[in-house]
Ligand binder design. Structure first.
Ligand SMILES: Cc1ncc(COP(=O)(O)O)c(C=O)c1O
Length: 389
């Protein structure tokens, strides 16, 4: 009989670089493979397993919803959708009062840029070198990281690139044809790059001055990953709240769902039929969203992220080869002096899943928000052994 690996390789387009394991079951921060092995998951299925794998509260909500009504479109009202929208808005900064649901991060960003154009009557969008916003036409055209724009050719016109962290570079591009400035507030794929809090404040002021919509792509930073519900409004953002936040990844604990959270000033320009998608706001995804937010709250995961981040940073000081630890909460980039590929592989050999990034010297961690200190110790001990061997 063919193995799982052989079968996938035979029948699936080879568009992903894969680890040679077949995930079968998950529980909390652990992944169990088809050959009975157990892996510590510090990658969280690419930041999706925020509540951990198969959180019982989320699983129960999905199960109950699946037995009741899997899907009906936005042409009807739904208790699941009402609860998810209310809950999501309730944890968002006060200025963000309305949600639009879609199915993925790229779609959330497409809709955010569209709303910015609709509400300003302008077309151009400024994003940043090193930012990643997705792979559909407009989002990939906004992605000035590596070769992505090349893959997305022909690009949507009107996309401009500024330097992340450099307000003058943004100012020099901002004129009355610019609808939006969109950024990953922490550039994850670029190697977990952050700007000083003052940069976010300056962006806010520039947007206010020039009538530009500020969009935070919080597809990775959102829903608790930084130890706050959102980067928006946090101290790292100097309290700055954008006009639109986009979300996906951890929002549904693994059920595909994306969302835009918008201010009244933006939403007042959006009319019936301006935005839409068949699956957005479907009952199964909405049950997952409400339960995800409840699980984070019930288990006090935001506080856990902060405590365990501090422990991890402290422990990493013991490792001489670590040059710096970048990022915030559970979106961390551990910088080494050399390429991290051998460390990434050695950790996997020791049954610990971590991530890489487009910066070859940065090992990226995106673990579930329920990771605890003793699990961190397992990782640090393994890393220490690898670095000294
Ligand atoms: C910051 C950011 N924005 C957008 C996306 C695109 O999300 P999706 O893959 O759900 O379309 C990603 C995906 O990695 C991301 O990291």
């Amino acid at each position: 009989m063919k193995s799982i690996v052989e079968t996938e390789d035979q029948f699936q387009l080879a568009t992903y670089k894969k680890m040679p394991i077949a995930a079968e079951r998950g529980e909390g921060v652990w992944i169990y493979t088809s050959d009975g092995e157990k892996y510590l998951d510090l990658y969280g299925g690419h930041a999706v397993a925020g509540t951990g794998h198969c959180h019982p509260h989320v699983v129960q909500a999905i199960r109950e919803q699946a037995e009741t009504l899997l899907f009906y479109s936005n042409l009807v009202y739904s208790d699941a959708r009402a609860r998810a929208a209310e809950k999501l808005v309730s944890v968002a900064p006060d200025a963000l009062t309305k949600a639009f649901f879609c199915n993925s991060g790229t779609e959330a960003n497409e809709n955010a840029m569209r709303m910015a154009r609709m509400s300003t009557g302008r077309e151009k969008v400024i994003t940043f070198s090193g930012g990643f916003h997705g792979r559909t036409a407009d989002a990939i055209s906004a992605t000035f990281l590596g070769k992505y724009r090349e893959i997305g050719k022909p690009n949507v016109p009107g996309h401009l690139a500024a330097e992340f962290g450099d307000i003058e570079s943004v100012r020099s591009l901002t004129d009355d044809s610019v609808a939006a400035i969109m950024l990953e507030p922490i550039q994850s794929m670029a190697g977990v790059r952050m700007a000083a809090p003052g940069f976010y404040r300056e962006l806010r002021e520039l947007c206010d001055e020039r009538g530009v919509v500020l969009i935070y792509d919080e597809v990775q930073t959102g829903v608790g990953r930084t130890g706050e519900w959102f980067f928006a409004g946090s101290a790292a953002s100097d309290g700055v709240v954008p006009d639109i936040i986009t979300l996906a990844k951890a929002l549904g604990s693994g059920v595909p769902v994306g969302a835009c959270l918008v201010t009244e000033a933006v939403s007042s320009h959006i009319k019936e039929n301006d935005l839409g998608t068949t699956f957005g706001g479907g009952m199964l995804a909405m049950a997952a969203v409400a339960a995800t937010l409840e699980a984070i709250q019930n288990d006090q995961m935001l506080a856990n992220v902060k405590t365990v981040e501090a422990h991890l940073r402290e422990r990493l000081r013991e490792i001489e080869q670590v040059v710096a630890v970048r990022g915030l909460g559970f979106l961390l980039g551990i910088e080494f002096a050399d390429n991290v590929a051998p460390i990434h592989k050695a950790l996997l050999d020791r049954k610990i899943i971590t991530g890489t990034s487009s910066d070859a010297k940065v090992l990226r961690l995106l673990p579930p928000l329920c990771l605890n200190a003793s699990e961190v110790d397992l990782f640090v001990t393994a890393l220490e052994e690898i670095c000294t061997s």
